[in-house]
Design a protein around this ligand. Structure first.
Ligand SMILES: C[S@@+](CC[C@H](N)C(=O)[O-])C[C@H]1O[C@@H](n2cnc3c(N)ncnc32)[C@H](O)[C@@H]1O
Length: 279
């Protein structure tokens, strides 16, 4: 058998990480792209709702394909990864050079219309991707289109009520409504003094720009609004890490200490199975 992962993949990850000047960030980028072990946890969580073995599993925002590898190891009949970033898509493809698992497929797309038939996959995993999409609602809607009846969307994202914004590690910046936040950041970046900001700070401010980050309540509302179009049902909704807490609507969620305690939020949405025809 050919070596796995291949030398080409390892070299490509090195090249991908090379432009990052901060050595700690560079090491982290190397690690997240070469070590897929964190996805075994996710696979176990998904299997509480739907078996991976024998299923067509789509990993949305698959990055360099670690999750696709784990779903393939768990016996997916087809393990598909889809990405919007061409460099990550290429890394994903390289990962599977010499991979003994069958039926792995990696695709690049525009982030809006998945290149798959209606009702063609059993499980969609979307792990910390929604907040990076151009249009949250359209992204979800297209996932429901490709889901088979009886299939699930397993979606995890940062909890907007958690006090720290987890891509920048700044507290409370994400509580500010997007239209105000984007205006403020754009104005700061235009000021002559912004040249004195460190590369790291400028990068974090840019990350926050054009970042669509729904709160749990907004996400639930969005999914519920799509149930008019697709026969879907929210099967689970919870705050988590390390322990889990079931979602309950709260009149003032940003002010509730409980909702602010958990860094992540998850929903599991099932497309309802077709009714069995009467004999
Ligand atoms: C924070 S990373 C998460 C990667 C991976 N899911 C994981 O858990 O390691 C977000 C990924 O989503 C991708 N992405 C952004 N918009 C997307 C979209 N509309 N559809 C699919 N992927 C998208 C980005 O290119 C990036 O690789």
């Amino acid at each position: 058998m050919t070596d796995f992962p291949s030398a080409d993949f390892k070299n490509a990850v090195e090249k991908y990480a090379a432009p990052v000047t901060d050595p700690v960030d560079r090491e982290r980028i190397r690690d997240v792209n070469t070590d897929p072990s964190r996805f075994y946890y996710w696979a176990d969580e998904i299997e509480q709702y739907h078996s991976l073995s024998g299923s067509a599993v789509l990993s949305s925002g698959c990055s360099s394909g670690g999750c696709v590898q784990v779903f393939s190891e768990r016996g997916a009949s087809k393990a598909i990864g889809v990405e919007v970033d061409p460099a990550l898509c290429e890394l994903s493809k390289l990962r599977f050079q010499g991979w003994p698992g069958k039926n792995v497929q990696i695709d690049l797309y525009d982030g809006l219309t998945l290149p798959y038939e209606d009702q063609s996959v059993d499980v969609v995993s979307s792990l910390h991707v929604l907040e990076h999409t151009k249009d949250n609602r359209r992204y979800l809607s297209d996932i429901f289109r490709v889901l088979k009846p009886g299939g699930i969307l397993f979606l995890d994202l940062p909890n907007r009520y958690y006090k720290m914004e987890q891509h920048t590690m700044y507290n409370y910046v994400h509580y500010v409504p997007k239209c105000i936040r984007d205006g403020l950041i754009a104005a700061i970046l235009k000021l002559p003094i912004s040249n004195t900001l460190s590369e790291g700070v400028r990068h974090r401010l840019n990350v926050l720009l054009d970042y669509h980050f729904p709160s749990p309540a907004q996400l639930i509302k969005m999914v519920e609004s799509l149930s008019a179009e697709y026969k879907i049902e929210i099967e689970d909704a919870l705050y988590h890490s390390p322990e889990k807490r079931r979602y309950r609507p709260h009149p003032m969620p940003y002010l509730s200490c409980r909702t602010r305690r958990y860094p992540s939020f998850r929903i599991v949405v099932r497309k309802l199975p077709n009714p069995v025809p009467a004999l």
